[in-house]
Design a protein around this ligand. Structure first.
Ligand code: TYM
Length: 323
């Protein structure tokens, strides 16, 4: 299977990114043909500082490699290094009903918050569709918030195929049931735009402070509590070992504990969980040329595939000689 996913360099990665998406990239690279990219063209809709965007793109590459993405097994590249994707975006744009984009929740939410929408933000799902379709992707590992965009992608591909013949492969989203929507420190979806994230590579004491401030309810300590519906427990379950998570669940069901105790256990579990990645990141930082070479090689491989798909699509719709 060809597996593809992208991640925006709009800030440093957080637990939601890791458990919802990156962890899947790493698992799936073992048995499948993985294409993973840093979506800097998408990030242009929010980051207006050139130096910051370059730095965050670089950080994203280091973070992904440190977390276990293996360039010998998967293709890692930067979105803008494959211009074929932008060419494909235009072609798809001509098959995109306005109403379909107007219904996309990411756009609706930003608009509702008063963020002025430009055409880039509005047509964002079309670029995302091109990202997916350019590589004949079968599976797209993502969190719940991206599922609607993959549905848009399927609609656009089906509509093109209907007009011009079977040019595109239809992709499917891949979700992890325990982490499709990782909660943030306020219990809502963890998201850079809600300011409720805990960063993967955040300094340990800063992360600990955020963990200690996770919002909890005010039920008495002695009350038994249901672990499954508690966001603090949901986070703990992601980071602790299975046995530790089971012990904690028992404690919840018995009652007679304080949330402070759970938060401390969560901070310890997180330090332990991400310690090897922190170490690898430090090593990688001292080898900038290696990272450049990985991205260059990834872009070359990705372009080869995207050029093949673009040629097929251009022939199908009549802007290139028939193949
Ligand atoms: P982005 O950069 O917002 O998020 C990257 C990935 O992290 C997942 N994620 C979460 N999963 C579970 N719980 C959370 N709280 C949480 N927060 C974020 C996202 O679902 C995503 O999988 N549009 C995409 C980037 C993109 C893309 C693509 C993805 C561009 N082209 C093509 C797949 C295929 C985005 O903004 O993700």
């Amino acid at each position: 299977m060809r597996v593809l996913s992208g991640i925006q360099p709009t800030g440093r990665f957080h637990w939601g990114n890791y458990f919802g998406a990156i962890r899947q990239y790493i698992d799936l690279q073992e048995e499948h043909d993985g294409y993973y990219f840093i979506a800097n063209l998408h990030a242009l809709t929010t980051i207006r500082d050139a130096q910051q965007l370059r730095q965050l793109t670089r950080d994203a590459a280091l973070d992904l490699l440190a977390l276990g993405l293996n360039p010998d097994k998967a293709t890692l590249f930067v979105q803008s290094d494959v211009p074929e994707v932008s060419q494909l975006t235009w072609i798809l744009m001509t098959c995109t009903p306005m109403g379909l984009l107007e219904r996309c929740h990411a756009f609706k939410e930003k608009k509702a918050k008063g963020i002025t929408a430009d055409a880039g933000l509005f047509t964002y799902p079309v670029l995302m569709s091109a990202d997916i379709l350019a590589y004949d992707s079968n599976w797209v590992p993502v969190g719940q918030d991206q599922v609607q965009h993959i549905e848009v992608c399927r609609d656009l591909a089906s509509s093109f195929n209907h007009h011009y013949g079977e040019a595109f492969v239809l992709p499917e989203p891949r979700l992890l049931s325990d982490a499709a929507k990782v909660p943030g420190t306020d219990g809502e979806k963890m998201s850079k735009s809600y300011d409720n994230t805990i960063g993967i590579f955040e300094p340990e004491n800063a992360a600990r402070k955020k963990i200690m401030r996770i919002q909890t309810d005010s039920r008495p300590m002695e009350d038994p509590k249901a672990p499954e519906t508690d966001h603090l427990y949901q986070l703990y379950q992601l980071l602790a070992s299975e046995a530790e998570a089971e012990d904690m669940a028992d404690l919840y069901r018995r009652g007679g504990f304080g949330y402070g105790q759970v938060k401390k256990a969560l901070a310890d579990a997180s330090e332990q969980f991400f310690a090897p990645a922190r170490q690898r990141r430090q090593e990688l930082e001292s080898r900038p040329d290696t990272v450049d070479d990985i991205l260059k090689d990834g872009a070359r491989r990705a372009r080869e595939k995207a050029a093949e798909v673009l040629a097929r699509v251009e022939s199908a719709c009549g802007i290139r000689a028939p193949s």
